[in-house]
Design a protein around this ligand. Structure first.
Ligand code: PEP
Ligand code: MN
Length: 342
């Protein structure tokens, strides 16, 4: 249920509603907008009638049920868009966030040179996998803690905040110690024990869409994070499995546009994994921004042909800097205007 307070509701009236929600065995989720305060009622208690009766309480404008199965992530619960801040970086604000870096951290030199190059080209965050979810157990699995140290060093030098994947509950503390944002990989989107653990983390989460997950399942995964206490969630569309085999995945840009209607959370796109093809990255980046993405995550490697993972979809430094120059100042307004030209 969502209780919308009228524009001129007093603080005492809002407090009274919150008190009643708690008395009825629910929890409140308050979002104070510029015009109105909206109070979400969360919980599984059966005292719904008592909540509905709050229609008559002073200062209450309306009491409406939330029709979606996800609640806290829904636009109904919070009509205003959420921003997720990491230092100077702001997801969901007017500027597009560009995260760039290698698929895997392979060595200190590889990471530091990439960090410098993407920083120079205008990226606003650095990525790099330390713990890699690989389809084959014989493939490179990541450098683990050493990679985390190199990432910290790259941040110290360039000032770029870091996002890296955390694959299991037992790694959460060590990854959170080094990284500014924790990535839940596509394969782990429905790892509910990991989601529950990350709900208790103070780090923002980048939640990738599972390769076979519906939009509803993706938003319900985000609901685990919000309902467990972590409001700082950024969604990432990274392509889904379809019958198509010419591309590695099918980048579902309609999901980007739709998620902006269904949810207040920021959403970014990953054209690298979404296509698996280097030559498509620039165009699909522009398309993603035109569809409303709040940012991009792009794989960049000093020498893609030597990459230990995802070489065919990685840009080299020149290609990345040309892409960034093409996006000009990567603001959504400009990106939208450019998409009209294409
Ligand atoms: C990655 O970001 O390198 C990665 C493994 O992504 P995904 O979980 O989307 O496959
Ligand atoms: Mn990758």
């Amino acid at each position: 249920m969502v209780i919308t307070m009228s524009g001129n509701a007093t603080a005492a009236q809002i407090d009274h509603v919150i008190e009643r929600i708690r008395e009825c065995g629910f929890r409140e989720h308050v979002s104070r907008g510029t015009e109105k305060t909206v109070i979400g009622v969360v919980g599984t208690n059966s005292n719904r009638n008592e909540i509905e009766a709050l229609r008559a309480a002073p200062g209450v404008e309306s009491v409406t049920p939330i029709t979606q199965s996800y609640k806290l992530v829904s636009k109904q619960m919070k009509p205003e868009r959420t921003t997720v801040r990491i230092g100077d970086v702001c997801f969901g604000g007017p500027e597009v966030v560009v995260i760039a870096g290698p698929c895997s951290v392979e060595s200190r030199d590889q990471l530091l040179s990439t960090a410098r190059a993407v920083h120079e080209a205008g990226a606003t965050m650095l990525r790099g996998g330390a713990y890699k979810p690989r389809t084959s157990p014989y493939d490179f699995q990541g450098l683990g803690i050493d990679a985390l140290k190199f990432l910290s060093e790259a941040r110290a030098e360039t000032g770029l905040p870091i996002v890296t994947e955390v694959m299991s509950t037992e790694d959460v503390d060590v990854v959170a110690e080094h990284a500014d944002m924790l990535q839940v990989g596509a394969r782990n989107m429905q790892n509910f024990s990991l989601l529950r653990r990350l709900a208790n983390s103070s780090r923002p989460i980048l939640l990738k869409r599972g390769p076979s997950a519906s939009i509803k399942e993706w938003l319900l995964a985000a609901e685990y994070l919000l309902s467990g206490g972590n409001p700082d969630v950024v969604l990432c569309e990274r392509g889904i499995k379809t019958f198509e085999t010419e591309t590695r995945n099918t980048l579902d840009l309609s999901a980007v546009a739709l998620v902006r209607e269904l949810s207040h959370l920021p959403v970014i796109a990953d054209p690298s994994h979404g296509t698996g093809r280097r030559r498509l990255i620039v165009l699909m980046s522009r398309a993603a921004l035109a569809a409303g993405a709040d940012g991009l995550i792009i794989e960049v490697h000093p020498c893609p042909e030597r990459a230990l993972s995802d070489g065919p979809q990685s840009l080299d430094f020149t290609q990345f800097s040309e892409m960034m120059a093409g996006l000009a100042q990567p603001s959504r307004r400009i990106a939208n205007a450019m998409s009209l030209v294409f």
